[in-house]
Write a protein that binds this ligand. Structure first.
Ligand code: J2J
Length: 542
């Protein structure tokens, strides 16, 4: 098995400890401490349960024992694919307690993606719900199990059928391991996949806990906070900025909202007196629209975080008058660096920037294409390193070569500028992915799937501005022979076992790409030219 590693240069590790960023805490220790401090306080609420800190702690320990008794060994990796529910926390803390390594996948992922994560992480376990959102995850587990023979254990939250039910795990006296080293890798998060397939992001206990502990402080979380996870909780944003883990760290209450649509979310805000939540921009727009006519009382909402994609300043300015709460912009990435506007910042900074880094030791470089720093205030590529930004992806030398500089900076692929106050404004990106309502789609990944269709000669996938989604995906396709039907192509992509959000929103057929791209150009330039040609054509039509 490939060892899991994430290391910083020794002198920096020493510095990060001296400065109190890395405190030697562990993920399970976070829950243990919170449960000891306030055992009877409500920890988590979901459609499946309402548990105090003591109950959550007990459930996690029981799951840990059961997983070990079922044959898992500390260090084993387990892909977790659970929706927003209370069991998400008991399962994940159970894995931490047993020394197992969760690999976080989204509910939207399908067999191709899950198989890729299982193989990449060499996972032996997979945890799914029985059904969710009208989809049967046991069916998915069956398909995946056929593809990946190293997958030994499938656990189901709910009706397990031929698999093992999380509630039916063997009980009994199993010894649990001692706490892992705080500098070891706690879990694998999944990258947005800017080039090709998603990469696995190893995060350590020390670095991740620092990021959500400091985030909780920046966001003013206290034990009185009621934090609602509105976005899918496996995303890094609702998980750690400060998210569910930040909330557990301070002993607050976590509400697992089963869906982010305003009807459902407003109901939960009223019922649990939610004070804080986070959204991607398209949902924020929807909530603002719905707030004017809702009959739910959402007056408890104090802070709305918006991030994952650029929030237009005009929309940002309307948050306080429509939702009657404060806005915080969040610009982060699962690889590490997270920026926040601060709650006491002047309105202009909050509405027009994406914030400043968590840590005084987050290093920011804004460079041109040659890697040279741009003059102050100008746009450039954002590079970063610091106490919670990774130095390498898991077991992927060529991705590491591309994504990190020789001196350890992570190339975010984002184009930003810095204001005189030291705040970042996101201006665009260099990478070829589509940011569809906060979900990142790799152009290359979808092109490869399209090329597998017998009726496709060539394909290029690009991002097109979209009033609702921020960006939508458009696939330019050169047919091989008769033009395939658009619906067929979409069904083909779906049939390849991919998340629904990756199915192209729009398909445009072309005879050749030469009409827009003269001579031989890189795919990157080709995508750019196709995008520009389409946009100018649309303008002419308006
Ligand atoms: C513009 N682009 C943004 C923003 C992320 C907190 C918040 C978000 C994420 C996240 C996260 C943006 N404006 N406010 O992990 O902890 C785009 C950038 C970035 C990429 C990272 C967190 N906030 N983005 O979105 O790993 O392009 O993390 O590099 O999913 O989203 O995507 P992801």
């Amino acid at each position: 098995m490939q060892p899991l590693r994430q290391t910083w240069p020794q002198h920096l590790a020493v510095l990060y400890r001296e400065k109190g960023y890395w405190r030697g805490e562990t993920m399970f220790g976070v829950l243990r401490t919170a449960a000891a401090a306030a055992p009877d306080k409500l920890a988590v609420v979901g459609t499946d349960g309402r548990w105090t800190y003591r109950e959550l702690h007990e459930r996690a320990e029981r799951i840990a024992r059961g997983l070990i008794a079922a044959g898992l060994t500390p260090g084993d990796r387990v892909v977790v694919q659970l929706p927003n529910c209370a069991a998400f926390l008991s399962v994940v803390f159970g894995l931490f307690r047993a020394g197992l390594i969760p690999v976080f996948s989204l509910s939207a992922h399908r067999e191709t993606e899950i198989a890729h994560f299982l193989r990449g992480a060499e996972a032996v376990g997979y945890i799914v719900p029985d059904r969710h959102g009208g989809f049967d995850y046991r069916e998915l587990a069956r398909k995946v199990k056929q593809q990946v023979t190293t997958l030994r254990h499938v656990f189901v939250v709910g009706e397990a059928e031929e698999f093992i039910g999380l509630d039916d795990l063997p009980a009994g006296e199993v010894a649990l391991p001692v706490d892992p080293s705080p500098e070891s890798v706690a879990f694998l998060q999944i990258s947005g996949g800017s080039t090709g397939l998603s990469k696995l992001i190893p995060r350590t206990h020390d670095d991740y806990i620092y990021s959500f502990r400091a985030s909780a402080e920046i966001c003013g979380m206290t034990p009185d906070t009621v934090f609602m996870a509105s976005l899918p909780v496996a995303h890094n944003f609702p998980m750690s900025s400060p998210g569910i883990f930040g909330a557990i760290y301070v002993g607050a209450r976590v509400v697992m909202c089963p869906s982010p649509n305003p009807e459902t979310a407003f109901h939960w805000i009223e019922k649990e007196r939610v004070t804080m939540t986070g959204l991607v921009p398209p949902l924020a727009l929807l909530w603002m629209q719905a707030a004017g006519r809702t009959t739910f009382d959402i007056s408890s909402l104090d802070v709305l975080q918006v991030g994952g994609a650029k929030f237009a300043p005009e929309a940002a300015r309307r948050v306080s008058s429509t939702l009657r709460c404060r806005l915080q912009q969040v610009f982060g990435m699962a690889e590490g660096l997270v920026n926040y506007t601060r709650l006491d910042d002047p309105e202009d900074l909050v509405t027009e920037t994406q914030g400043r880094p968590i840590s005084p030791d987050d290093e920011i470089l804004i460079v041109d294409d040659m890697g040279q720093p741009v003059p102050a205030g100008e746009r450039g590529l954002l590079l970063t390193r610091g106490p919670y930004t990774i130095r390498a992806y898991h077991n992927d030398p060529s991705a590491n070569q591309r994504a990190f500089t020789a001196d350890g900076y992570y190339r975010t692929g984002d184009i930003v500028r810095m204001t005189p106050e030291g705040y970042l404004v996101v201006e665009g990106r260099a990478g070829d992915h589509i940011n569809r309502a906060g979900e990142k789609i790799s152009a290359e990944e979808i092109e490869d799937h399209l090329l597998a269709h017998p009726g496709v000669f060539d394909a290029a996938v690009v991002a097109i501005p979209d009033p609702y989604l921020g960006e939508r995906s458009c696939a330019f396709v050169i047919p091989d022979g008769p033009k395939p039907a658009t619906a067929d192509l979409k069904a083909f992509i779906r049939g390849r076992g991919l998340a629904e959000f990756k199915v192209p929103d729009q398909i445009v057929f072309a005879e050749s790409f030469e009409t827009t791209a003269v001579g031989k150009v890189s795919r990157k330039v080709l995508r750019q030219r196709l995008r520009e040609a389409l946009l100018s054509r649309e303008q002419e039509e308006v």
